[in-house]
Ligand binder design. Structure first.
Ligand code: GRF
Length: 216
């Protein structure tokens, strides 16, 4: 009996010691990628969601899932530094390991970057370095490329310039328009965003300067 109690006690202690990998998601809109991360949470936990636009669906999705959600509106702050200081305060309070930008339509400034460099990742709807910035799908159509896709990358001070972690291609057909192409890319986004977060949670992503190694 004593042995059994000892065993149970040890198991409980191990569980307490084991820290779940905590992820924060920053989003500006619909949050379909956030939903994929929420639904697929296994070896990681979505600890916190921050939205920077009023009443967006991403926030609703977080609240529905019982996840702490903060609407932090830049217009309520005197500067970008002050806005990001508030974001950092919430991230630190929740003790997050990773910050995922999933449809976060804002350039990360020095305040957020300084606190989380190497631990912020972004999702972009093109095969970077092609078609950086806004309307990447429209840019791809206008350029007439036959292949585009989605990219997960670490965030640095540039616009969509950080080290690439994972990419997946989609074909662009003559019949594609902006709606169909957004749909095709969204499908692969939903796949690579979760895969990337899981690899990071497993400690299998190693950065060597601009090159990123995925360990087996
Ligand atoms: C995605 O296409 C992402 O690549 C881009 O914004 C979109 C967000 O979609 N940066 P959702 O809000 O996750 O549905």
């Amino acid at each position: 009996m004593v042995k059994l109690l000892e065993k149970i006690g040890k198991k409980m202690k191990n569980n307490l010691d084991e820290k779940t990998y905590k992820v924060a998601v920053l989003a500006s809109g619909t949050g379909s990628n956030l939903q994929v991360l929420i639904d697929g949470a296994d070896i990681y936990e979505i600890a916190l969601v921050i939205t920077d636009q009023p009443d967006v669906m991403a926030r609703e999705r977080a609240e529905r899932a019982g996840i702490a959600a903060y609407e932090i509106l830049p217009r309520n702050f005197s500067s970008k530094v002050a806005y990001e200081a508030e974001v950092v305060a919430r991230l630190q309070e929740a003790d997050v390991d990773l910050v995922v930008l999933a449809g976060y339509m804002r350039i990360v400034g020095e305040t957020l970057l300084a606190s989380y460099e190497g631990a912020i990742i972004n999702l972009h709807p093109s095969l970077l370095p092609a078609f950086q910035g806004l309307d990447a799908q429209g840019q791809a159509l206008a350029a007439g490329v036959k292949i585009t896709g989605a990219t997960m990358h670490f965030v640095d001070a540039g616009l969509d310039t950080g080290p690439i972690i994972m990419q997946e291609a989609v074909s662009v057909d003559y019949a594609d328009d902006i709606t169909s192409l957004i749909g095709k890319i969204q499908k692969v986004e939903h796949k690579i965003i979760r895969e990337t977060v899981r690899l990071l949670a497993q400690g299998r992503v190693v950065q060597h300067g601009r090159l990123v190694e995925i360990l087996d």
